[in-house]
Design a protein around this ligand. Structure first.
Ligand code: VGL
Ligand code: ZN
Length: 211
């Protein structure tokens, strides 16, 4: 099946940043390998949005902010569980920059997220309290963009929560599987596959767009 892109479509490129690529602080295996594919896919879309994980120093999601806690441990916060990460994507550091080979000059919006000290934001729509809005849904609605294709990093966190929240907010959401890579914590990929299926998020391959 070929999926032709339309004027009400947007490609949302999640967090293709140095810290999520090999050599970065929260490196995703092969995270850099999706970059040429993401560039090619972006050429098929009139509307492209980039997200950028953008944390202040001593952000609540960093294990180092919680004495005695280790990387990848989960703690309970007032609004629910929070996985603790290595310090990553700190505002204005090289790790927070987009991968140098990411080449999407026609991207229309760069949406930063995770900039509030006391709350993390995996999703491009809602922060991890599942209540605080990033404003993205309003932006997309005002611009008449209804069908959203997701790619980028990481499949099992920011791509997952973005596509699920987008669906709940009334957008048609699709994930371009081979243009993502997972962090891969225990069970995180299997849970993501199940959660996307349960939410009705379609997974497709890049050749369905590039063909
Ligand atoms: C992400 C963990 C922490 C992501 C961001 O982009 O998937 N994962 N911050
Ligand atoms: Zn983060």
């Amino acid at each position: 099946m070929r999926t032709a892109t339309q004027s009400a479509d947007a490609l949302i490129v999640i967090d293709v940043q140095n810290d999520f690529c090999p050599g970065g602080a929260l490196a995703v295996d092969e995270g850099d390998q999706i970059v040429p594919l993401v560039n090619a896919i972006a050429q098929k879309f009139e509307h492209v949005i980039l997200t950028q994980d953008w944390h202040p120093h001593r952000h609540i999601s960093f294990a180092s902010t919680h004495p005695g806690k280790s990387h990848y441990e989960t703690i309970q916060m007032a609004h629910g569980p929070q996985t603790l990460w290595p310090e990553h994507c700190v505002q204005n550091t090289p790790g927070a920059r987009f991968h140098p080979a990411l080449d999407i000059p026609h991207a229309e919006l760069i949406l930063r997220k995770g900039f509030r000290h006391h709350i993390d934001s995996y999703s491009a729509f809602l922060e991890n309290d599942h209540f605080t809005s990033t404003g993205l849904a309003g932006y997309l609605r005002e611009r008449g963009l209804h069908r959203l294709f997701f790619c980028g990093l990481a499949y099992d966190f920011c791509v997952r929560y973005s596509a699920i929240d987008g669906t709940a907010l009334g957008f048609e959401c699709l994930v371009i599987e081979d243009a993502t890579r997972p962090v891969n914590l225990p069970n995180s990929v299997a849970e993501t596959n199940a959660a996307l299926a349960a939410a009705g998020v379609q997974r497709l391959r890049s050749r369905q767009i590039l063909a």
